[in-house]
Ligand binder design. Sequence first.
Ligand code: SF4
Length: 356
Amino acid sequence: MRWSGQLVDGNEPAQEALFDAGAVVRTFDTPGFRGTTFYEVRAKSVLNRVTADAWMFNWTINPYRGCGHRCTYCFARKTHTYLDFDAGLDFDTRIVVKVNAPEVLRRELARPSWRREPVAMGTNVDCYQRAEGRYRLMPEIISALAASGTPLSILTKGTLMLRDLPLLLDAARDVPVSLSMSIGFLDRELWRTVEAGTPSPARRLDAVRTLADSGLGCSVLMAPILPYLSDSPEQLRACVKALADAGARSITPLVLHLRPGAREWYFSWLQAHHPQLVPRYRALYRRGSYAPAWYTERITREVRAYAQEFGLSRGPGRRSSDPEVVPAAPPAPPASPTPPAQEREQPEQLELWSQA
Ligand code: SF4
């Protein structure tokens, strides 16, 4: 692989642009981590500048590469190929951990040139995936950002975020803190197969409730909405109702998009579990990675109507007839098709932060 020289048994030179030398390969023989290999690397930098004009934040931090949450549709799968891993099983089971992320971050935040612009986490892979339970990188990252006066936002499917709730409450006394949970549907059978490594939708709803009760609040990225699997009016209405009941601060619906990397993996899952839908998906995504406008507009319209029905509003002073639902228009494609030396961010979260 491209950077295997960093590994204890590697033979090739390290990729200096991403990581320092001195990484180790580790496995854990515990139920949650069986079959997963961790590549502990020492990052040279962790603050990643997002350059595309379309982004609503300028900086991101991604302490991990690959994700044990194993969502078949994950848009970040392609980024694993930049490390010479594959976008399928390797993405799920070969997790790169930037073990020195807090230390490097503190150094970067201390630079006189740091302007305390908002930093987003969870923009590429999930920062509260299972590995975080063992490596515990996020507490120090949150503390470092807050201590430096840097606003932060987190998007996750990981209920592990609640572990850090006291810390997040502390941070919110010093800087703006914005939290979001990703919940695309409620169907347990669908969840078990399509996003098998994530906490169940019910547990994520509980997390939204806990965050709402804490006073911090939590927005919801209702994503992905899966055509013909989780998009019926009944399913959308039930999901919006559950989100409203849980106290979601806002809802951003986002229809499944299938870029290369995710596309192949999702279609093989579809073929195995819902083969009758394959022709319909091929027709819907025949023009590329995104569902057509007529479809996404239908989803946005319906979600907005249900949000209105269940009284979701933008907060104090805003009418409940003006629900906080951001249109489900497809995000802009990456600025360049060429994989960069630094991590390329994906624009899925554009919608989410655009409502701020
Ligand atoms: S939780 Fe997010 S980053 Fe992880 S596999 Fe699922 S979609 Fe990808």
